[in-house]
Structures are given as C-alpha cells and as structure tokens.
Design a protein around this ligand. Structure first.
Ligand SMILES: CC(=O)N[C@H]1[C@@H](OP(=O)(O)OP(=O)(O)OC[C@H]2O[C@@H](n3ccc(=O)[nH]c3=O)[C@H](O)[C@@H]2O)O[C@H](CO)[C@@H](O)[C@@H]1O
Ligand SMILES: C=C(OP(=O)(O)O)C(=O)O
Length: 418
C-alpha cells in the first residue's frame, strides 16, 4: 500500500487549479443509466471512485466509447445486467446510486449494500423508503438490496432526515415514473441541484432544485447526458486550509466561491485574509490564527466533508475551539492521529474540544477515511519534521493528483509506492 511522506514547515504559495467534483460526477455517471445513447461528460476528475463507478456501469452493460483526459463518452443504450456486485460496490458509497436508475429504466436491481468512508453506520433505509413510495418492491437478502418495479408511480414523499445520495436516488427514479412526484425535506447540496439541472437538460421535468422540495413530472424517456462537471468545493476548501495552516498565500482557481461561503467565513473569523472573484479564492495567513467554533450541517451549512481539515487547522490556533459534528456519528477518527502529532483534542460525543498547541511534530499516522487523510496531509505540512501517512488509497478515492498539486505550491511531499 502506498504511503505519503510530508516534510513540514514550508509556507505554501502560488496557484492551484481545482478539478471537477467527485460527488457531482458520480451521480451524473449513475444517471446515464436512465438515458440510452451516447452520454458525454467532461471535466471529470481522475480519482479512484470514478474508475470504480465506470467499471460498475460497464458491468451493467454500458460501453465506454472513449475515456481520455477529463472526458468520457459512455453508451448506455443496452443495459443488460441488473446486478451491482459486492467487489465493486464495497469501496464506494456512491455505487448505491445505480439503484434508482436501474429500477426506473429496466425495472430490476440487485445492488450490494454500499461501502465508502467508515464515518458512521450510514444506512440506506431512506433510499429504500423513497423508492418503495414510488411503487418499487425492495428487500435485503445476503447483503444485497433486491428490487423490482413494473412501473414506478408518482407519489408524495417526505424524507425523515436529509440525505444527499438518498435524494439523488429517489429523484432519478422519479424522472421516469408515471405522473407527478413531490419530494420534501430533500438535500440542497450543489451536487443535488446540479444533477437536477443535468437531468432537465436530458428532458426531465424537475422543479425546485436548491430548495427543500422537488416537484418532478415523470417523462417516458430521457436524452443522453451532455455536461461539464462543476469544480470540487471540498478539494477547493482543502487547499484554502492548506494555505492557512502553513501561513502561506495561495490562489485557488477554477472554483465556485458561492459554494465555499461557510469555509470562507470561518477562515476570515480565524484571522486569515480571504479575497475572491467569480472563479477564484485567494487565502493568505501571516500570523497565528484565532480559534473558531464550527458545527457541521447539511448545505448551506458548514460541510461535514471539511470538518477534519478544519480540525487540523484549529490544532495550531491560539486558544480553544469547539468542533461539533452533527451529520455523521463517527467522524472524528482523525483526532487520534492528529494527537499522535502533538495535537490537544478532547472528544466528547459529537464534540471535539481542540486546544491549539504551539507546534505539531511529524509522526507516522494512518489515514482512516478520505477527508481524515486530507487532514493528516494538512497537519503534516505544518508540522516540524516528517509525517508518514499510510493507507493513502483513501486520498486516491477523492483527490486528483494531490501530491503534484501540493508540490507545485512548494510543499515537500512525495508518494512512496508499495
Ligand atoms: C458520494 C457522496 O455524495 N457522498 C457524500 C454524501 O454521502 P451520503 O449521501 O452517504 O450522506 P447522507 O446525506 O445520506 O447522510 C447524512 C446522514 O443521514 C443518515 N442516513 C442517510 C441515508 C439513509 O437512508 N439513512 C440515514 O440515516 C446517514 O447515516 C448520515 O448520518 O453526503 C454526505 C453528507 O454531506 C457527504 O459527507 C458525502 O461525501
Ligand atoms: C464521505 C465521502 O465520500 P463517500 O460518501 O463516498 O464515503 C467524502 O467524499 O468525504
């Protein structure tokens, strides 16, 4: 297994270009199952999850006509298999997004219960409840969700709590259902709104994207997808925090600042200087940062996917900050690893009390999930000495060429191949 070695203590400076969003491209790839014909998607990030999902789509009958650079052409005319096997699904949460499209398009699905970051129990009961409301029959047998649907029928369904991929799954299925579907208490994440826009360009009739209620008029078929993926807000936030934690000066380009407001506000509150135009955000930090509290929330709140990186930043702030995780019940695994580097963190249920220390020291640490891994790289950039991060396959699931991008900003970082 590869490792990443970071020699800390260098101020990052320069420009970094943000890639397409992992959590936007995965649902769009799954949505190609709804269409039929040649789908063309550009600005795709080269990350492991994309490769895995493309393999899964091929398993289901899609043909990859070309996959070069950041562009894929995927023909979803003939979907001749409805089984998403454990071997492919186990590594990635987003693979459960084929469930809704398969039921809507071919009326059958057998999808292994998904894996993904081990940050909580992560049930998919709300996906199942929503799809059942549309008329699908679903059961769980031998680790698989087995579903059938003769013809999905429009319905009114209210999610018990907000779920991003749950909203996507049920919304995708409803695009091909008979009649009107009203979905309430849906996720408002930009990735959900983007998926609704993409589907509308394929001929779907979805209103309310970005609000907490979606109204979907079912259509009989959809045209192939043609879209460019928008920039990854979590990747952008990670480089913004990299600038702040190293006392650096980094211009994060090809991003959408409107998606980054919560993290911009918190960085400013901590004392970093943040300026922006319509496609870039520049972060500068010249003195020790102040502690700030964060509470993770569904969008437009502070994203749980940036909590670990922000915690790394707060380990070096001048005073005590309180970090509250409300979305996932077990998303503080990075705290133990940060403590190995000298951080002072006290965990109390959903809350982490972080008392800033004068310095972190490099140490061997283990990546436990995707964003936890990013937080260890960030801590390593600021620590004295060498940090050796193992299990970096987590990083490869969601960050495109992280070592290269960090190196271009002046970081001393390298991959040690197994
Ligand atoms: C591939 C992808 O887009 N992943 C993102 C997606 O994950 P994902 O879609 O899995 O996250 P959800 O929004 O579904 O999860 C939110 C909370 O709802 C719970 N829940 C969810 C579904 C369900 O059926 N029952 C249930 O109880 C979860 O356990 C969690 O506590 O949104 C998360 C929250 O912004 C992000 O951290 C992930 O990066
Ligand atoms: C938690 C994440 O991914 P996944 O939902 O695929 O596990 C993430 O992107 O931070």
């Amino acid at each position: 297994m590869d490792k990443i070695c970071v020699e800390g203590g260098r101020r990052l400076h320069g420009t970094v270009r943000i890639s397409g969003a992992k959590n936007a491209v995965l649902p769009v790839l799954a949505a190609t199952l709804l269409t039929g014909g040649k789908n063309e998607i550009t600005n795709i990030p080269h990350v492991r999850d994309v490769v895995t999902l493309v393999k899964l789509l091929e398993e289901l009958g899609c043909k990859t006509d070309s996959f070069e650079g950041d562009r894929i052409v995927l023909d979803s005319t003939a979907i001749d298999n409805h089984k998403a096997p454990y071997e492919l699904v186990k590594t990635m949460r987003a693979s459960c997004l084929v469930l809704g499209p398969l039921l809507a398009r071919i009326g059958r699905a057998e999808v292994s219960l998904p894996g993904g970051c081990a940050i909580g129990a992560r049930p998919i009961d709300l996906h199942i409840k929503g799809l059942r409301a549309l008329g699908a029959t679903l059961s769980i047998e031998g680790g698989y969700i087995k579903g059938r649907a003769d013809k999905l029928k429009g319905t009114r369904f209210c999610f018990d709590s907000i779920t991003v991929t749950g909203t996507m799954n049920v919304m995708m299925a409803a695009t091909l259902a008979e009649g009107e579907t009203i979905l309430e208490n849906v996720a408002r994440e930009p990735e959900v709104t983007f998926l609704a826009d993409v589907l509308n360009r394929c001929g779907a009739k979805i209103e309310g994207g970005g609000s907490d209620t979606l109204v979907i008029q079912g259509v009989s078929s959809l045209k192939p997808v043609q879209c460019a993926i928008f920039p990854d807000r979590i990747e952008a936030a990670t480089y913004m925090i990299a600038a702040a934690i190293t006392g650096g000066d980094v211009n994060v380009t090809h991003c959408l600042p409107q998606h980054l407001e919560p993290v911009v506000l918190k960085l400013k509150e901590a004392g970093a200087e943040v300026t922006q135009d319509d496609r870039s955000v520049r972060v500068r930090a010249s003195s020790r940062l102040r502690p700030v509290n964060i509470i993770t929330q569904p969008y437009p709140g502070f994203a749980t996917d940036i909590q670990a990186q922000f915690m790394a930043l707060m380990t070096l702030a001048e005073g005590q900050s309180v970090i509250t995780e409300t979305v996932f019940e077990n998303r503080f695994l990075h705290a133990a690893e940060l403590k190995r580097m000298g951080a002072n963190i006290l965990l109390d249920g959903h809350t982490a009390i972080v008392t800033g220390v004068d310095k972190l020291s490099g140490a061997p640490v283990m990546a436990t999930d995707l964003r936890a891994s990013a937080s260890l790289v960030l801590a390593g950039l600021a620590a004295a000495g060498e940090t050796l991060i193992s299990r970096v396959y987590h990083i490869d699931r969601g960050y495109e060429t992280m070592e290269e991008k960090m190196s271009q900003l002046g970081a001393a970082i390298r991959r040690i191949r197994a």
